[in-house]
Write a protein that binds this ligand. Sequence first.
Ligand code: FDA
Length: 343
Amino acid sequence: MRRATPSSPQGAEDAAALPLVLRVSADPQIKEAPVLRQVLLSASRSPRLRHVVETAPLSKQVVARYVAGTTAADAVRVTGRLLGDGRTVSVDHLGEDTLDRTQAEGIRDAYTLVLKQLADAGLAHGAEVSVKLSAVGQALRGDGEKIAYDNAYQICDAAKAADTTVTLDMEDHTTTDSTLSILGDLRKDFPSAGAVLQAYLHRTEGDCLDLATEGSRVRLCKGAYFEPESVAYQSRQEVDRSYVRCLKILMSGAGYPMVATHDPRLIEIASSLAAQNRRVQGSYEYQMLYGVRPEEQRRLARIGEKVRVYVPYGDEWYGYLMRRLAERPANVAFFLRSLISKK
Ligand code: FDA
């Protein structure tokens, strides 16, 4: 039996709520451990470890730092708080690699419910949703792509009815072509549907060129999966350089770039590129994850930049949490301690 994720207490996104994380993050050896990153990314796909983690007496703080809670109401509550603070939101119903059609439809319905609740609460103007196609059926044998397209179509329709839109998250490289092809089909009826491109993939500069067109919303991130050398840059420097090349294409193009990173250097470069390309604030946006660098999110919003916070909610937090730990192995000590905590 899976443990429920605790609701996020007010202010849980603030790192100040987690002094232990800050203390261990001072250790550069932990911070840069690539092997640990690989282990954590493999762990994110391990059913056995998933069971251990989910049934452990997990400290409430670990999950609540990154996840709004388990219910749509939790997502709406956190969205209201962030909008009130000058930020916008992309809500993610947690789940991925759905291998059952009914479950895929359940996730689709969860999205339509949260979109309706956001609209009813008068928040949909500032909140879109992010959808993983593998959560709505892409990985199903046989007609998985068709099922994912149909479910994503209904989510886009519900988003349109709520006066907002959808961004398709990007998963591991074996799904990139399929995801971009489904996005292309969805955009025929929902032109504002957004794409995600991952700078660590060798192919991504080409994808940026293809997608930097009028009205095209493109979120650029570094990439969160464990990818082989044959398709992805492996070192931080190479990934960062690719990110800058991609950003140049998006910022000078006709589309709407969504700069998804917490990296201070890349944020600075994005802001220079926006100025160089005479982009006004609001013709691009910054995006960060809930619970990561909230003070920087507020700073950017204060200086008039559009900032969107990616807010996940739901029971299926395991894979998401593991990828967040892999990005910042310094948090692992905090996580391990929480696993043995009796609280
Ligand atoms: P990097 O990991 O180098 O971090 C830069 C700095 O940010 C760190 O030094 C630290 O200060 C801080 N930081 C970063 N992560 C932290 C953490 N977990 N805890 C505390 N501090 C942290 N990926 C993907 O493959 N497909 C997708 O669809 C998406 N979608 C997406 C949406 C949004 C809005 C964001 C922000 C990110 C994604 N990602 C994603 C994840 C992305 O690919 C990447 O793994 C993370 O954003 C981390 O990379 P950074 O660019 O932040 O740099």
